[in-house]
Design a protein around this ligand. Sequence first.
Ligand code: SF4
Ligand code: SF4
Ligand code: SF4
Length: 310
Amino acid sequence: MQLSRRSFFKFMGAAGASAAARPSTALAWESKAPPDPYGCLVDLTRCVGCRKCEEACAGVNKLPPPERPDCQCTIFEKKRRPDAKAYTVVNRYFTGKIDGFHNPSPTFAKVQCMHCQDPACVSACIVGALTKDETGAVRYDVNKCIGCRYCMVACPFEIPAYEYFDPITPRVMKCTFCYERISKEGGLPGCAAICPTEALTFGKRKTLLKVAKKRLKENPGRYINHIYGETEVGGTSWIYLSEVPFDKVNLPVLPDKPSPKLSETIQHSLFSYLWSPLALFGVLGIFMYGSNKSAEKKKETAKEKGGPDA
Ligand code: SF4
Ligand code: SF4
Ligand code: SF4
């Protein structure tokens, strides 16, 4: 059986629709978003694709340094995702934009955990290994993690990665928002501190939304009129401005409704129907099994073709 994260969300959506028939008391859901979190504004019109943010992130978080071939173009030929050895990556997209010399002009987009206001990963974690902090950071406690990887299934941005290569003490890996740095007065995340073009602005999320709105107002031709992350999945701590539609730089089109609202409503409804929690997590387990099988199959196919592991 091959199940994608999207098919999982379809399943959850169907379950949610049936849950909607339940009395409203069973559907009560409250946002647990912190009132005044930090955030980071990513302005794609300022990003030049230098990848210094990747280097700084690796340094701060003691990850292997990112690959630095002689020509950046070989890196940008493939679309990369954050993984267990890189919390953030920058990709290049050609979206039809033309520069002053009539050449195709690229848009670069940094990707990392969005530190959602109401994170689906936190809601999916049954042992509290992931928590949303007052600073806005979604934090991970390896000592509580049981390796179920439901967070990976739940994340609408497909961010958490798993250390499959470590059979003894594998961890879930994702951007930490450089918590140790930002929780100190004046501290900046490694990526935002190094960015030479001010494509990354760190600050209080409320202030950043004002900054973003001001840029939109003062430069109507420069940006599309949308702040990505202002409302998507209930809002995210990392927000984006762009001159090209966000789906063209692989930022998914998502509803405004927070994902935990759906998943927690479904859990409450299932429990109120006297479903066993084990049954619910059994369903999630089947989904994970399908996902893992699919990943293994991709790896085998890649090996048969003589390429790197998927
Ligand atoms: S350091 Fe700044 S300009 Fe360079 S790739 Fe990262 S976000 Fe873009
Ligand atoms: S906030 Fe820290 S961990 Fe997250 S991408 Fe930036 S440097 Fe990496
Ligand atoms: S982007 Fe994914 S991993 Fe990050 S906080 Fe949101 S749900 Fe969790």
